[in-house]
Design a protein around this ligand. Sequence first.
Ligand code: 13P
Ligand code: SF4
Length: 352
Amino acid sequence: TDGDAHERIRAARARLGDKAVLLCHHYQRADVYQYADLTGDSLKLSRLAAETDAEYIVFCGVHFMAEVADIMSKPHQMAILPDLAAGCSMADMANLAKVERCWRELTEVLETPDALITPVTYINSAADLKAFCGEHGGIVCTSTNAPTILDWAFAQREKVLFFPDQHLGRWTGFNKGIPLDEMVVWDPDLEYGGLSFDQIKKAKILLWKGHCSVHQMFQPAHIIKFRNQYPDGFVISHPESALEVCRQSDYVGSTEYIINLIKNAAPNTRWLVGTELNLVNRLAEEVKHEGKIVQFMAPTVCMCSTMQRIDPQHLAWTLENLADGKVVNRISVPEHEAALAKVALERMLAVS
Ligand code: 13P
Ligand code: SF4
């Protein structure tokens, strides 16, 4: 039962002491989030993973986050993901075979992509794609540092290949004043991304055709309805939302940014929030005593179903095994791949 799982978690943690640290993303369900030692958005969590000294980094988040923890950790540390099926559907929209095919096709059109294009991968991607960026003079970005990273990328080369999230790439480029017709979508399932050679030559940013299934639910109509009902209310969205949603929001930023902005806002304010439901529900509870009302953007329930997989039962099982000295669900990136991925991650940490 749930009750048993919570007792088991507490007992196993007591046995583990400071051998294990629990890192938790803001989208985690409340019954897991309560056990977090450290919480954050993807950027903050990648820094925390590099700083901790605990032997086991138990990552309550999704697969790519645990991979980053493994890559950034020291040799004596291990990254653990309580449920190996906790992936990210957006990250799965790009893979190395498809990105390599894209690079080959770009070589046919542009001859020297390595001199002309900086590959930028959103941190929501597999480790081998980060390694691809490390190898090709590219970089990783998160929702927090995407504007700084895009400046860095354009300082290296004249074009950017941005994957896997077209929305974060488009919103970031839009804010730099890049015309929409110079940000074209590369469909990895079509030859040359479904683009003409002219479109490729003219493009400033090639946006991989990927998206987040949670954030694609938010629509401008939700914002219009809210503004009609509450003209004094504020709208805040995560940049994985579509361009029109971001444009119509008062504020756009990472999960950590959203939480801090609303926590520090004036009392008795009303907020429409376009990001995952667990975060929104928790935040609504935390600020309601100040008279702040926090509302979820979509009329339907949209959670990150893969984050949701990390439940108290999986956490209890994982911690008990670790406390018994048995390592389970370790996420271990192959050495060569990890070394190249680290190059791209360290470039990111150095510039952001
Ligand atoms: P943050 O880095 O803003 O926490 O975003 C992670 C994520 O997966 C959002 O969907
Ligand atoms: Fe991936 Fe979307 Fe879940 Fe974030 S909310 S982890 S982008 S599926």
